[in-house]
Design a protein around this ligand. Sequence first.
Ligand code: G6P
Length: 372
Amino acid sequence: SAAEKGGYDYFMLKEIAEQPKAVADTLLGRIGADGRLSLDEVRIPDGVLREAQKVVIVACGTAFHAGLIAKYAIEHWTRMPCEVELASEFRYRDPILDHRTLVVAISQSGETMDTLMALRHAREQGAKVLAICNTNGSTIPRESDAVLYTHAGPEVAVASTKAFLTQLVACYLVALYLGQVRGTKWGDEIQAVVKELAEIGTQVEEVLGTMEPVRELARGLAGKNTVLFLGRHVGHPVALEGALKLKELAYMHAEGFAAGELKHGPIALIEEDLPVVVIVPSPRGRSVLHDKIVSNIQEIRARGARTIVIAEEGDETVVPYADHLVRIPVTPTLLQPLVATVPLQVFACELATARGNEVDQPRNLAKSVTVE
Ligand code: G6P
């Protein structure tokens, strides 16, 4: 009913708007005044986390994209090797697992059969499983050794939005907690990140307040067949998520690429007026990444692409190459996906509406897939 949708036309719009609160709720009580983390629900003893030799993340769909981003954070902050695998592929590969492997299963519903079968396989091999889940008491957390709940609240729209942002927050918390417990790199950088993470809801709110031009742009692209998405580093999984949203909602051909792979094939797809969304990393910090992506934007634009550039406030280098410029707040590189994904959600939702599609219930899709 209209009341359930809180005055929005679709659950998806309501859930996009709820993201600042969802993010804040997921952080609530987990960061102490001293900047140290306490994840009380994680019942894997610290000793086990200290002894673990690698992290393996399994998930499907949007949750898989959260896992891809988590890999960057876990490896950078903890120096533990981290693999990320589609749950549906995992056990058929005979993966290498033992009691020193920490498996993280990410699932909004907690009922996805592929993810459940992957975690059962992991536990049979002696691995410890930590679930990141949004649904209290669902099967995946019940069958795991420990759970860290995301507090997005019920997500009704099939295309995941607020659950994704909270999965990212939970992944960052796990990565930071591992760093804290293992004593690796628990220095100024981590302290600064924890501080920024505590403020991130406000930045998501800021992004939401500036989305009208993105909606207008989306409406103007309703007649297109293809949209490409490019990113580097954590911007690559963000590009994959932007493309997935567009497939799910707008039924358009959409693909996400690592920008460095362009020259190895995808650049052949670029033609006059093809919309290409580029997620630009911060020019501060890892500036090499930034320089490389700017030259990628120049390359595609020289071949006629219509560039839609998502870049940090104050980044002026991209201005001459952007046909459309979407500004996002300044964040630490690893946290950028929390703000960079939001315009892509709004973009896909508006394109779906403009194309007359059912936003909350896209064709052929289910909110939770309980078959393998
Ligand atoms: C389905 C949904 C996706 C979701 C995926 C994983 O395919 O349509 O939106 O990302 O399942 O769901 P989970 O509940 O495990 O996160």
